[in-house]
Design a protein around this ligand. Structure first.
Ligand SMILES: [Zn+2]
Length: 104
C-alpha cells in the first residue's frame, strides 16, 4: 500500500480552514485575556520577549501571549507569588492554581 500522504483538494482546504480557525480563536482568547485579565510577573516567554504578561486564571490557564502562540506558559513561582506581597487567601489560591496549571 502506498502511503496516503496526499489529501484530496477539498480535505486540504478543510484542513487549512481548520488551522486558520484555531489561530483566530487563539488570537481572540489572547485579546480577551489581555483586556479582562490582570497583569502578572511575566512568564518565561514574556520575559524573553520583554512583553507584559496578562492572565485570566478563572478561565484560561496560559497568559495572553502563550495562548495566542499556542505554546506552554512557564512561570517562575516565587516571583509570581511574592510580587504582590500580602493578598487575600482566595486570590493567592487562584494565583497558585494558575501557576501549577500553567507549569503542567
Ligand atoms: Zn506565557
Amino acid at each position: 500500500m502506498p502511503p496516503r500522504r496526499q489529501l484530496s483538494g477539498a480535505a486540504e482546504v478543510r484542513k487549512s480552514n481548520e488551522k486558520r480557525g484555531q489561530f483566530k480563536e487563539r488570537c481572540r482568547q489572547g485579546v480577551e485575556i489581555h483586556e479582562s485579565g490582570f497583569k502578572v510577573y511575566p512568564c518565561r516567554h514574556c520575559t524573553s520577549e520583554n512583553k507584559e504578561c496578562f492572565i485570566m486564571p478563572e478561565k484560561y490557564e496560559k497568559c495572553n501571549a502563550c495562548t495566542r502562540r499556542g505554546k506552554s506558559c512557564v512561570r517562575e513561582f516565587h516571583t509570581e507569588i511574592l510580587r504582590d506581597g500580602a493578598m487575600p487567601m482566595d486570590i493567592l489560591e487562584t494565583k497558585m492554581k494558575a501557576w501549577t496549571d500553567a507549569s503542567k
